[in-house]
Ligand binder design. Structure first.
Ligand code: HEC
Ligand code: HEC
Length: 458
């Protein structure tokens, strides 16, 4: 009895206190979370809604935002003049749709009105005419490239987007024309050959400190599917063995959960986004990375203040920083695509799975299901049995354990940062020899089938 009475007294007292708090909160101009008036209505729903909004906005940025880089690609390099050609107010023969597609540019079929689709299907659109390229640009149908037009319809400038290198199309309409596949590495794209079309590369010559012929020779040495992001930091265009120093364009999917990104682990996804948007695409924003002050390792970056870009830029004029959060979330949201049914041998892949974590020891670095290490996912060249040239071009002087999900989408151009291994079997043979794994031919084949099956998961 006594006990229950004291409990009741306590409850009564507590209720009185709560009521007092409520009254106080209601009469105050700002209350705490206990104020039903200001408590978010549906905090969980708000998070989901925020994620959806951010992903939508990030997708828009990834596909269509030039960050103002047309000031560089168009106004400075005059790339648009080479695209339109002399007949349309530019220079040279112009770039026909056939040439654009041959250079790896992709056309988004969803941006084409029905009339244009049937013109292409029925051969009424002349794919050898640069005027048709201009029409495609006007429709915003060239993936990752935006044309800016004057009132009189003439191409005034051109800007580039993330999607030019990190999206492809599914070729459902024709080779090079189809629905967008964001995050896929465009291993057809000859970035160097496209930049080489620009009539005026004098700013690039000045940056690299070389003559125009040398700049153009370097650009043409990259080849399809490659770009050299470090060239504009250290000026190294060729490896010690004379090969191009450019690296393969990696996929931008399946990256969530991984710590460091890029082949050599420059930073997180969002570090690299800011890096690329400012220093490679030449958009207008702020960037801070004091590691680039090292004039011995990054002479070009240090001489040009790439460690601290646009310190005085007003936030109102910053066209990159406000986009970074949504762009980040979008990339982390892109899943690695699953391989098509029948594209690998299931039984062999299952045996390969066991080898991957067992005898072949792959899982010690490519930890399933991230297929990179949880934590500091970096290794020295010695640990993976290759040279350290590219590792030494990055601050950490290491290679990042490449995530393996979706390998089947980027077999073109080879594997490892520079494509030194033409096939997955070559990769497995490398590890077999380097790590003395003693794999049989059958086991190697099983491992390859497993690699082709990733991301797997039923
Ligand atoms: C001209 C082609 C090109 C453009 C444009 C480009 N990238 Fe990349 N991207 C690359 C290359 C090449 C690398 C590898 C760089 C390295 O490792 O040195 C890379 C690396 C990346 C990575 C790291 C992937 C990984 O494996 O960890 C991400 C993420 C990425 N880019 C996102 C973007 C975004 C977002 C944009 C637009 C702001 C963009 N890229 C613009 C070519 C490009
Ligand atoms: C010591 C850590 C380590 C081990 C063990 C290891 N890898 Fe790797 N792997 C790496 C690193 C680091 C890279 C990136 C190399 C580069 O950037 O050139 C890589 C790259 C790869 C690639 C190329 C990915 C691409 O996008 O081009 C494949 C495929 C691969 N590894 C498969 C395997 C297999 C199969 C095994 C087991 C036989 C294995 N790895 C064992 C660290 C490791």
């Amino acid at each position: 009895m006594r006990k229950s009475r004291s409990v009741r007294t306590f409850l009564y007292a507590a209720g009185a206190v709560a009521a007092a708090v409520l009254v106080t909160a209601a009469s105050a101009s700002s209350g705490g979370p206990s104020d039903p008036g200001i408590r978010p209505k549906d905090p969980d729903g708000a998070i989901t809604q925020h994620a959806l909004d951010a992903i939508r906005e990030g997708r828009r940025t990834f596909r269509f935002d030039t960050f103002g880089d047309e000031a560089f690609w168009g106004d400075t390099l005059r790339l648009h003049e080479a695209i339109e050609g002399a007949a349309h107010g530019g220079v040279g023969p112009g770039l026909s749709p056939r040439q654009a597609i041959a250079a790896g540019l992709k056309v988004d079929v969803d941006a084409l009105p029905g009339s244009v689709r049937s013109d292409i299907r029925q051969g009424r659109a002349n794919l050898d005419d640069p005027a048709v390229t201009l029409a495609l640009l006007r429709l915003n149908a060239v993936v990752g490239v935006t044309g800016f037009f004057q009132h009189n319809g003439q191409l005034r400038s051109v800007g580039l987007q993330c999607a030019v290198c990190h999206s492809v199309v599914d070729d459902s309409f024709a080779p090079g024309i189809g629905h967008r596949l964001d995050g896929w590495a465009n291993r057809d794209l000859n970035v160097g050959a496209i930049i080489n079309l620009a009539p005026d590369l004098s700013v690039v010559d000045a940056l690299l400190g070389v003559d125009d012929a040398t700049t153009r020779q370097v650009l043409m040495s990259w080849g399809p599917g490659k770009f050299d992001a470090e060239l504009f930091m250290d000026g190294k265009a060729f490896r010690p063995d004379g090969g191009s120093a450019a690296t393969l364009i990696p996929p931008a999917f399946g990256l969530a959960g991984g710590n460091l990104h890029t082949w050599t682990g420059w930073g997180s996804v969002t570090h690299w986004n800011a890096f690329v948007a400012n220093l490679e695409m030449h958009g207008k924003g702020r960037f801070w990375d004091p590691r680039l002050k090292d004039g011995v390792r990054f002479p070009i970056a240090a001489a040009n203040g790439f460690d601290n870009v646009n310190p005085g830029l007003s936030p109102d004029d910053d066209r990159i920083t406000p986009k970074l959060a949504d762009l980040h979330l979008y990339q982390l949201a892109i899943p690695a695509p699953k391989p098509p049914e029948g594209s690998f041998d299931k039984d062999a892949a299952e045996r390969g799975d066991a080898l991957f974590t067992g005898k072949a020891r792959c899982n010690s670095c490519h930890v399933e299901p991230l297929w990179t290490e949880p934590g500091w996912n970096m290794h020295t060249a010695d640990e993976i049995g290759i040279d350290d040239f590219q590792a030494n071009r990055a601050p950490d002087q290491r290679y990042r354990t490449a995530p393996l999900a979706g390998l089947w989408t980027h077999t073109k151009g080879g594997f490892y940062h520079d494509g030194r291994f033409a096939t997955l079997l070559d990769v497995v043979n490398h590890y077999d020899a380097f790590l003395n794994l003693g794999l049989t031919a059958q086991e190697k084949n099983d491992l390859v089938e497993y690699l082709k099956s990733l991301p797997g998961g039923d």
